[in-house]
Design a protein. Structure first.
Length: 292
């Protein structure tokens, strides 16, 4: 059993902390939101009054926060108290530059950027995929802490590489969802039955997660958000956040991402039309109606 500090007990952090407790760890957490603190306390998290108080005496610290600025603020506070050799893991999805800066802030400690995919369902089930950026020593130390929350741990390279991999994956996901939606809309206009088209796409070279698992039309995949009025799932606002981070990273690295840029523009328009809370596959409704 380890004593673990968990900072950021929101939709993802609270169930992740809950899985650490189920695995026998003792978790002390902090969140600025009263609701989040109460939800986490109901899962057995001991609530501290500050970031520093949560981290006191912890063998490992996990942060799960909305953006890079907040991660850097929290890691700056932690840097004054975490001893040399201490383990600090950030699982938020943030920009690559902030992720790299966070490692530097915590020089002399074992640090990982470890963003996740799998959403709130994976967080509850303890089946998240973690993309790891950091040293082999840090990955080895973090493995027993991450395992109760994880389906897969994927080492991606040096500091910042976990975030880089996450942004590449989610940019591809945003693009492929729009591609899947366009195929179903074109099929409709050509008089194709959606089920028949699914049978072709899902078994031919068009197959992908956006078609086979998160199918944007109701019917063919009963568990996809399309069957429950597009309740997420993975919310459009979060997809847009990740596409913007990918565009920022591409700008800094000098990479051309014409489809990524177009996907960002389409999701921006969809969010501005009031659909940020819907699953990102709901963009099919926008593509059906809009002159996108
Ligand atoms: P959330 O908004 O539900 O949770 C974030 C929590 O951080 C909130 O409870 C907030 O009060 C807290 N917080 C903000 N500032 C703080 C501070 N200074 N100190 C302590 N707590 C603070 O968001 P979420 O859905 O849990 O997502 C967390 C991270 O995981 C984000 O970076 C998100 O992009 C990423 N992510 C989310 C999903 C998903 O499906 N929700 C999937 C993969 C990755």
């Amino acid at each position: 059993m380890s004593r673990i500090a968990f900072i950021g007990l929101g939709n993802m952090g609270s169930p992740m902390a809950g899985n650490l407790i189920k695995a026998g760890h003792q978790v002390t957490g902090f969140d600025v939101s009263q609701d989040a603190r109460e939800n986490a306390a109901a899962r057995g998290v001991q609530i501290a009054d500050t970031v520093s108080a949560a981290a006191e005496g912890a063998e490992a610290i996990v942060t799960m926060l909305p953006n890079g600025k907040l991660v850097l603020d929290v890691w700056k506070e932690l840097a004054t108290s975490v001893p040399r050799g201490g383990l600090v893991i950030d699982s938020s999805t943030i920009d690559v530059e902030s992720a790299q800066a966070a490692h530097v802030l915590m020089d002399g400690r074992l640090t990982l950027d470890a963003p996740v995919s799998g959403g709130t369902v994976g967080a509850e089930a303890g089946t998240l995929s973690f993309m790891l950026g950091g040293t082999e020593e840090a990955i080895e130390a973090a493995t027993p802490i991450l395992e109760p929350m994880a389906g897969r741990l994927v080492p991606c390279g040096i500091a910042g590489a976990g975030q880089a991999a996450k942004l590449c994956n989610n940019m591809l996901l945003g693009i492929s969802m729009i591609g899947a939606c366009e195929a179903f809309v074109l099929g409709e206009k050509l008089g194709l039955d959606a089920g028949a088209l699914f049978n072709v796409l899902s078994t031919s070279s068009g197959q992908c997660w956006a078609v086979n698992t998160n199918c944007p039309v109701p019917g063919p995949v009963p568990t996809s958000p399309a069957n429950r009025d597009y309740r997420p799932g993975f919310a459009t606002a979060l997809m847009l956040k990740d596409l913007r981070l990918a565009a920022q990273a591409a700008g800094a690295a000098g990479a051309e991402i014409p489809l990524g840029s177009n996907a960002t523009r389409l999701y921006e328009a969809f969010e501005q039309a009031g659909h940020g809370g819907e699953d990102f596959s709901a963009i099919i409704n926008y593509l059906r109606s809009a002159k996108a």
